[in-house]
Design a protein around this ligand. Structure first.
Ligand SMILES: Cc1cc2nc3c(=O)[nH]c(=O)nc-3n(C[C@H](O)[C@H](O)[C@H](O)COP(=O)(O)O)c2cc1C
Length: 256
């Protein structure tokens, strides 16, 4: 069984590669929304958790989900795949602690570098660079799938310098994930797609424009995939990121 969370598709792509035939795959944000946090594992079934690294730790929604997660049995093997733009820091240790509080032991943690989607702070890599990063990530994920199948214990414990980095960095997420600075600019065509994409359900359409109604969100960048969605001045004119797994095929139109 795999639980995943993904804002811009990287972790969803990772989960799709890791997933075995017929293996159940659940979106943690959807599960939380529906109040589905009780799950039954088959005997010997492994548990996988796949999500991005935020501020050296976990997305708020992942922590909330794990806090409520109830399994009918203790999994024999539990592994985490943490997608990140560069460094996972102590995210795996945070997950290990959160899982331990639910009586679940984490056996392995695999960081996977994928394109950085945090346009509010960084530049999104160029297309060519994205392709290179994604093909390396795909090869790594195929190896991780084998490690997990063999139930290898790997990647833990996390070195103290990384957990210390997380301790310094993660508190800024609570402030960083406020919605106050989000707005849509004149390029907005009132399609409402950003609202429908929001896994936090923190947005509504109002007078043909998206409005961020929750005080805080996950800051997953799903809405920012649209170039008309801005965050203060920090996104204006900047490239946005979407993993190819979420890109719909462009139809060719022949207008003059
Ligand atoms: C709020 C936020 C914080 C992030 N913090 C980190 C970080 O501390 N370290 C890192 O390597 N990448 C960081 N990233 C980049 C993402 O972890 C990375 O792009 C991830 O693969 C996105 O996954 P997704 O497409 O499944 O949402 C951050 C991204 C966001 C949106």
């Amino acid at each position: 069984m795999i639980f995943y969370f993904s804002g811009t598709g990287n972790s969803y792509q990772a989960a799709s590669i890791l997933r075995g035939k017929e293996e159940p795959l659940f979106d943690m944000a959807d599960c939380l929304w529906r109040g589905e946090t009780d799950f039954a594992l088959a005997e010997g079934e492994a548990l996988g958790i796949v999500c991005p690294v935020y501020y050296g730790g976990l997305p708020s929604v992942v922590r909330e989900f794990v806090r409520r997660l109830t399994l009918d049995r203790t999994p024999d093997y539990c592994y985490a795949v943490l997608t990140c733009g560069g460094k996972p820091y102590g995210a795996a240790a945070m997950l290990e602690n959160d899982l331990r509080a639910r009586g679940i032991g984490l056996n392995a943690a695999f960081p996977v570098v994928m394109p950085d989607n945090y346009v509010l702070m960084f530049q999104i890599p160029e297309e060519k660079e994205q392709d290179r990063i994604l093909s390396e990530a795909e090869a790594r994920l195929r190896r991780i799938k084998v490690y997990a199948a063999y139930r290898r214990s790997m990647g833990l414990p996390i070195p103290a310098r990384d957990t210390l980095a997380t301790r310094a960095m993660y508190p800024a997420y609570e402030y960083g994930r406020r919605t106050k600075k989000f707005y849509s600019d004149d390029q907005c065509v009132s399609c409402g797609i950003c609202v429908s994409r929001c896994p936090a359900r923190a947005m509504v359409m109002e007078n043909g424009r998206p409005k961020w109604v929750a005080d805080r969100c996950i800051h997953c960048m799903a809405c920012v995939r649209c170039g008309a969605v801005q965050y203060g001045k920090s996104t204006v004119g900047k490239k946005r990121y979407t993993n190819p797994i979420l890109k719909v095929k462009q139809q060719k139109h022949h207008h003059h």
